[in-house]
Write a protein that binds this ligand. Structure first.
Ligand code: HEM
Length: 231
């Protein structure tokens, strides 16, 4: 029986809807992070508000569920596409003009995004929300003990290290390709397939991805520059 979980369009729809939720989260997360540049104390209050509260925990669980579905269906779609192509993976050397580099490399880009997320979680979420959940009122950043709600102290600590700055900028570049292609193809899947509108949406998705990634990158760079001025 063909249903939403087994049909090809159903799987793509799940990818699109979960992708849209993740993109909304990114917009919120990026806007929230900009506050750290403007007023670090306000940022810490937002982190405290999003710490260990029932609404923040429900939000985290919904986000984790959406993310897991997005990754699971990405794997299923990639494997079934490979299977449909059989051994002919390399049978063509000519790439049709319409197939962008990002669309061909969605899976690899997604993998870099996921690896970046692992690094990000180990540095932020694990030492903040998770530490608080475990009942820790202090965590170590190098040799300094800070509250798990001091988001701005975490940002200042990690982004004073050039290696983390470079790693985050590479991560954000992969994220740019991933969302600029994904956002547009999601709208196409949902049914927006008018040619004029598709090219407009393609442009809009690039603007959106640029806005989100530049917003995140601004925080990384601003705190790195700040760390140079303090030294
Ligand atoms: C580069 C700048 C970024 C900074 C400074 C930053 C900062 C933070 C901080 C402070 C937290 C912990 C919030 C808390 O537990 O109260 C957090 C959590 C998180 N970040 Fe980021 N983040 C950045 C980029 C990103 C990007 C690019 C993504 C996604 C691709 C992302 C995804 C997440 C997720 C999923 C969480 C967990 C949210 C939750 O617990 O509900 N972050 N981030």
């Amino acid at each position: 029986m063909n249903n939403i979980f087994t049909s090809s369009i159903g799987k793509k729809l799940i990818m699109s809807v979960t992708g849209a939720c993740l993109v909304l989260f990114l917009l919120f997360h990026m806007s929230m992070n900009i506050v750290a540049i403007i007023k670090p104390e306000w940022y810490d209050s937002i982190c405290a508000f999003l710490g260990v509260n029932w609404y923040a925990i429900i939000g985290t669980l919904v986000l984790a569920g959406g993310f897991s579905l997005h990754v699971l269906f990405a794997l299923i779609l990639t494997l079934s596409n490979r299977k449909a192509r059989g051994n002919n993976n390399y049978a063509t050397t000519v790439t049709p003009k319409q197939v962008s580099w990002a669309s061909q490399n969605m899976f690899v880009l997604g993998l870099i995004v996921a690896l970046g997320l692992l690094l990000h979680f180990s540095q932020f979420w694990y030492k903040m929300q998770f530490a608080e959940l475990m009942g820790n009122h202090e965590v170590l950043l190098g040799e300094t003990a800070v509250s798990p709600n001091s988001g701005s102290a975490f940002i200042a600590y990690y982004f004073s290290n050039i290696l983390f700055v470079i790693a985050y900028l590479i991560w954000l570049a992969a994220l740019w390709f991933h969302i600029s292609h994904g956002f547009w193809s999601a709208l196409q899947t949902i049914g927006w397939n008018n040619e004029i509108w598709l090219s407009r949406l393609k442009f809009a998705s690039k603007i959106f991805a640029t806005l989100v990634c530049l917003g995140f990158a601004a925080v990384v760079i601003a705190f790195y520059v700040k760390s140079l001025c303090i030294c």
